[in-house]
Design a protein around this ligand. Structure first.
Ligand code: SAM
Length: 283
């Protein structure tokens, strides 16, 4: 039993490849919901069929990236009428590089209660398998397809302290790795995580440079997550410390300046404080 109160919107996570990667609670929810909403109604019908869940006379309608206010209203009206509404993405967790954000916001604004029947996500599955640190990670989703926007996004991600997680398509993977080599650094450890949970699941570890070279001939197909390990720690030179401190001291109190520069450089606070005192000393 999914234990669902009337008027609840449930975000249901569906498998990313292997149809058996669905939770018992997700199946209960799909069986018991009064209204089913899906990013792709054909995929949901197939999933119901695999798991022997009859649709019966229940409404099933589509909600995707191009859905607008009218589709929100349809869901809100059902929730207000006391229906339990289950929303399922085509694959994986709703809202994770998938539709659902607008629907969640509209339901919340309408005072509806929301819950989730969570499950698999390609990002988390890739992190489990890739052999890169997972204590801190940053989910960057799909990079922009336009070259200049993609390069700008990568530049902004270069110093993120943690493993970077990208979703990518096989058509763009070679270009994307070439930009990563240039903007994130060729020696960073990375991994191509392909076709997770499916028959041809494959994890290809390597430096960004070696993966870029392999991508030129490998012709990887299917669905891909790219993980990129953290870059080398930033080294702050004495000149950089002085110029950071002078800029900060010109704008804030000594205490705040020391805190800001300590945070930005990762240097020991005591070292930054001592240098700030020296800089403030009359010459
Ligand atoms: N909501 C999904 C999730 O929770 O992972 C992501 C959906 S997004 C539209 C689709 C992208 O996720 C694919 O282009 C690929 O980058 C990644 N992806 C989904 N399934 C995958 C799989 N089985 N193996 C590798 N990557 C996958």
């Amino acid at each position: 039993m999914a234990d669902l109160a009337p008027g609840k919107l449930v975000f249901v996570t569906t498998p990313i490849g292997n149809a058996r990667d669905i939770t018992l609670r997700a199946l209960d929810t799909l069986r018991e919901a009064d209204v089913l909403v899906a990013e792709d109604t054909r995929t949901l019908r197939k999933l119901l069929e695999i798991h022997g869940i009859p649709l019966g006379g229940r409404p099933l309608f589509a909600y995707h990236d191009h859905s607008g206010a009218r589709d929100h209203e349809r869901v809100i009206a059902a929730l207000r009428g006391g229906a339990v509404v289950a929303y399922a993405s085509e694959a994986g967790t709703p809202l994770i590089s998938d539709p659902g954000f607008g629907l969640a916001a509209a339901a919340r604004d309408a005072g509806a209660s929301l819950t989730a029947a969570p499950g698999v996500s390609a990002a988390i599955t890739a992190l489990s398998l890739a052999g890169l640190p997972t204590d801190q990670f940053f989910f960057a989703g799909f990079l922009p397809s336009a070259k200049s926007a993609r390069r700008k996004a990568l530049t902004g991600l270069a110093s993120v302290p943690g493993t970077l997680v990208f979703y990518e398509s096989p058509n763009r993977i070679a270009k994307c790795l070439a930009d990563m080599v240039e903007l994130l650094g060729q020696d960073r450890q990375a991994a191509i995580c392909r076709e997770l949970t499916k028959k041809f699941e494959e994890i290809v570890p390597g430096t960004l440079r070696s993966l870029k070279e392999r991508a030129e001939t490998a012709r990887w197909k299917g669905e891909i997550v790219v993980l990129v390990g953290e870059g080398p720690p930033k080294v702050t030179t004495a000149e950089e410390l002085d110029s950071d401190l002078q800029a900060a001291l010109a704008e804030m109190s000594m205490k705040d300046a020391v805190a800001a520069v300590t945070e930005a450089t990762g240097l020991p606070r005591r070292k930054v404080y001592r240098r700030a005192l020296e800089l403030l000393k009359p010459q």
